[in-house]
Design a protein around this ligand. Structure first.
Ligand SMILES: NC(=O)c1ccc[n+]([C@@H]2O[C@H](COP(=O)([O-])OP(=O)(O)OC[C@H]3O[C@@H](n4cnc5c(N)ncnc54)[C@H](O)[C@@H]3O)[C@@H](O)[C@H]2O)c1
Length: 468
């Protein structure tokens, strides 16, 4: 395995040490890996860069919209892929506002588990594929994109378990070696106010960072809570529709919802935690009509992460109606406090205060963002396009996998009731859906319900080595 067990060491550092190659940067490391000069892969005449969309749901449609909305964005969307015809059709209708830049005739609309290949086959090397299915398919689609020499924008999270993370680290290195540009949808990193805040924290403006706190607490959202499979569509397609309910499909609500705070707080600290212990449970086992929930999520999680220097990070997540809503994040240092996300995943403004209270009279800085760059979802496209057009190193895979692993580490600590180290999750052998690349429309689901329509659940203190 190519990856360092220390989350705070990059895989480049490890590779270069192991191979005794002197490197001065990422591209140099990638070059050394392949032993060949790296071509600048973008479509001939970058004004002709085209897009394909794989996973035409809410975020996929949003990402295509963002890409086509920015100045100097890709020229056209030319192919679309999904496993549901109605999702593709809905997405297509929503993008009609782009006129002839939506250039997807019926023979470039593809449905099925192999649709991703057909959509990517429409592109030429240097074009961009958007991958916005649930995470289970990320490594499958990324493998083919690399083979086709495509630049990539893929949504978070990237992985839900150790074996897939190891695969994705390797694929990230392969993409780097081919000089492909890869953006990962952790948009906090492209929020301009956060970028300034991170610099200030790293320059010591709040002193040593000793405590980070993230809260995402609201009612049940997305498809995190499911009652029994109704019998149609197939169990597989139903699980894909309700992907937040199943660890194989999404990593559950912990990974899918809480990864943004986990990621941006670790970025503020400029380190990844080395271990986690956690609380979590299911308070409500049925819906209001008394039907049992069969998904694999807890409704509350409280994870205590520990960094190498002993600093702590708490991530509290709750999906319970009627309980207090809190959706914010904070960084405490030895000299002051930073309010990081003012609300939601990464809303501005961020602020720095002297002391530990968010007391207005003690405020020493507040983020100001140029109005054209207020939308971090568009900024991630500005940054990706700039890298493609000007051939700048750009590969967000490693940090995307680390954010996913650290999320999985917290989730596993809650689900097992055990302390989980970064190496435990990284080196784990439980791959939730090993054959996801072989799925067909009539294949059984990776998780099959028992005779009562229920799925295996985490049992902290009883099931300790695996989550189910
Ligand atoms: N960065 C963010 O703020 C943000 C916000 C929302 C969602 N997301 C991420 O985007 C991803 C998608 O979420 P969503 O809310 O758009 O879900 P969604 O269900 O609306 O969309 C997913 C789409 O992918 C399709 N799909 C599933 N499996 C497929 C396959 N094998 N091949 C082709 N198509 C397939 C589904 O039919 C659906 O149309 C998730 O990973 C989620 O975490 C990120």
């Amino acid at each position: 395995m190519n990856e360092s067990p220390n989350p705070n060491e990059s895989s480049n550092q490890v590779t270069s040490r192991r191979e005794f190659i002197k490197t001065t940067g990422r591209i140099a490391a990638a070059s050394a890996l392949t032993g060949v000069a790296l071509p600048h892969v973008h479509a001939a005449g970058s004004s002709s860069i085209q897009l394909a969309l794989v996973g035409c749901g809410g975020r996929g449609s949003g990402a295509a919209d963002n890409a086509l909305s920015i100045k100097n964005g890709p020229a056209k969307l030319v192919a679309m892929a999904d496993v549901f015809e109605h999702r593709l059709a809905g997405s297509f209708d929503g993008l009609k506002k782009f006129g002839d830049r939506l250039d997807v005739p019926p023979d470039r609309k593809f449905i099925g588990f192999d649709a991703y290949k057909k959509a990517m086959d429409v592109l030429k090397p240097g074009d961009i594929v958007i991958m916005t299915t649930p995470l289970a398919f990320r490594w499958v689609h990324f493998t083919y994109a690399i083979e086709k020499r495509l630049n990539v924008f893929m949504e978070k999270p990237l992985t839900a378990d150790g074996p897939t993370s190891r695969k994705m680290f390797k694929l990230g290195e392969e993409a780097k070696a081919k000089n492909l540009k890869v953006g990962v949808g952790l948009m906090s990193r492209h929020q301009r106010g956060f970028q300034e805040l991170q610099k200030r924290i790293q320059q010591g403006e709040i002193g040593d960072v000793i405590l980070l706190r993230g809260y995402r607490m609201h009612g049940p959202v997305g498809s995190a809570f499911s009652t029994k499979w109704p019998g149609s569509p197939s169990e597989l397609l139903w699980q894909i529709q309700r992907f937040h309910s199943f660890l194989w499909a999404s990593g559950g609500c912990f990974n899918d919802f809480y990864i943004h705070h986990v990621d941006h707080l670790c970025w503020m600290k400029n380190a990844w935690p080395v271990k986690a212990q956690a609380l979590g449970g299911r308070h409500y086992k049925t819906n209001a009509e008394g039907q049992p929930y069969v998904d694999q999520n807890f409704d509350s999680y409280s994870v205590e992460y520990t960094f190498e220097d002993g600093a702590k990070m708490y991530m509290d997540g709750r999906c319970v109606n009627g309980a207090q809503d809190i959706y914010k994040s904070f960084a405490h240092g030895s000299k002051g406090l930073a309010t990081v996300s003012n609300s939601n995943d990464c809303d501005p403004p961020s602020r720095i205060f002297k002391g530990q209270a968010a007391n207005r009279s003690k405020m020493i800085w507040e983020s100001k963002i140029n109005p054209e760059e207020r939308n971090p979802y568009e900024n991630e496209w500005r940054d990706l396009m700039d890298a493609i057009r000007n051939d700048k190193p750009y590969n967000e895979v490693e940090r995307g996998v680390k954010a996913s692993l650290v999320s999985s580490m917290g989730r596993m600590a809650a689900h097992t009731g055990q302390e989980i180290a970064y190496e435990d999750i990284l080196n784990g052998d439980h791959e939730f859906a090993p054959d996801v690349d072989k799925l067909t429309m009539d294949a059984p689901a990776p998780l099959v319900a028992d005779k009562d329509g229920k799925y295996p659940l985490p049992m902290p203190g009883i099931t300790k080595k695996r989550e189910y």
